[in-house]
Design a protein around this ligand. Structure first.
Ligand code: NAP
Length: 337
């Protein structure tokens, strides 16, 4: 039996901060699954700051065209299947966007490993700490940062899902973790609940470079950057010799038509610094090993996470826009009613 699917599409390209009118909620009738196809009923999908780039121009994936489905990660249940790899009732995940149903030929669909998703690992963690955000922290910090015991690791947007996970993994590796976040409540969360050693509320300091110096008396060995712009430049001036800068994201730059860019490049020469970006999908084959290790840390209470879930597909654009106002406390997800 065909279903009526509601989905958010790009209505117009944002100019600067995205606005509600850039998004349009559409209804479409989906046919029954054809040969080798499955119909997935969404339970949750994600809103992600990195998606902002694709609303305006090409990113690591091509820019969305007007009228195209908005991108997001989904966890859902197979409602009907003509594909031998999937059965009705299977829990699956994939990049199916902001919509209630997805019709798929099975490519890019992953079945949730039932042995992994046991309490306290809810299905939402498949698109949270055990999904793209957590994996970005894991591979960014461990593969690119190569943390050594005693290193100081500085993390921007430290209360977000990527930053919070990166800081905790740094602690698990015997490092000193110092966060930067946009409110006292977020700083209290990362220090008191997640075990970071210190946190700087960047909205309350006049001189971020000096504040980093104060909280990192041995300087910074690894900077895990989610923000870019001025914060990155302030971090560069606090790096130790042979320091590593991991470029995970640049949320302060996504809404700008003219990015500020990096200014303190001279420090790269004098301090022999190395900066490297990552696209987490490059590690796709190694996702299971990372998920298994992180699941172990979570089950023994050494890795914590927070999810910020709102109900109803209607609220997705506002939830997304709020990411650029610092509204989210943890991984922001939409529960599909
Ligand atoms: N490279 C990859 O493969 C990959 C994969 C996934 C995600 N990422 C990137 O990782 C970063 C973190 O993602 P996430 O999912 O964990 O989201 P997130 O950090 O929760 O992003 C939203 C937060 O960013 C901060 N923010 C927003 N505008 C800002 C500004 N102008 N200056 C400073 N901070 C600002 C806010 O926190 P405050 O209240 O602290 O300001 C806000 O709550 C993003 O840049 C994302 O694009 C990269």
């Amino acid at each position: 039996m065909s279903v009526i699917n509601r989905r958010w599409v790009l209505a117009s390209r944002p100019n600067g901060q995205p606005a509600l009118e850039n998004f349009r909620l559409e209804e479409q009738e989906l046919p029954d699954p054809g040969a080798h196809e499955i119909l997935i009923h969404a339970r949750y999908f994600s809103v992600d700051p990195g998606m902002r780039s694709r609303l305006s121009s090409d990113s690591y994936a091509a820019a969305l065209k007007e009228g195209e489905l908005i991108e997001g990660a989904m966890v859902g249940v197979v409602q009907a299947s003509n594909n031998e790899k999937f059965a009705a009732g299977d829990l699956v995940t994939g990049g199916f966007g902001w919509q209630e149903y997805a019709l798929s030929n099975g490519r890019g669909v992953a079945k949730l490993n039932a042995s992994l998703f046991q309490p306290p690992l809810t299905v939402t963690t498949a698109i949270g700490i055990l999904g793209i955000p957590g994996l970005t922290s894991y591979f960014g910090l461990l593969d690119l940062g190569k943390p050594q015991e005693g290193n100081t690791v500085l993390i921007s947007s430290a209360a977000g899902p990527v930053g919070a996970t990166a800081g905790q993994i740094a602690k698990l590796k015997g490092c000193r973790a110092v966060g930067i976040a946009g409110s006292q409540a977020k700083c209290d969360y990362v220090v008191k609940e997640l075990g970071f050693d210190a946190c700087i509320n960047y909205k309350e300091v006049d001189d971020l470079q000096a504040a980093i110096a104060e909280h990192c008396p041995d300087k910074v060995d690894i900077y895990f950057d989610n923000v870019g712009g001025e914060m990155l430049d302030a971090a560069i001036l606090n790096m130790n010799e042979k320091g590593r800068l991991i470029i995970s994201g640049a949320v302060s730059e996504y809404n700008k038509s003219e990015p500020r860019g990096i200014r303190n490049t001279l420090h790269f020469i004098t301090h022999r610094l190395r900066m490297e970006g990552l696209v987490v999908y490059d590690y796709f084959k190694r996702f299971p090993e990372a998920q298994a290790e992180m699941a172990g840390w979570i089950s023994t209470g050494r890795l914590k996470f927070t999810e910020d879930i709102s109900e109803g597909i209607e609220g997705a654009p506002a939830a997304f826009i709020g990411l650029f106002e610092g509204e989210n406390h943890g991984r922001r997800l939409i529960k599909v009613s």
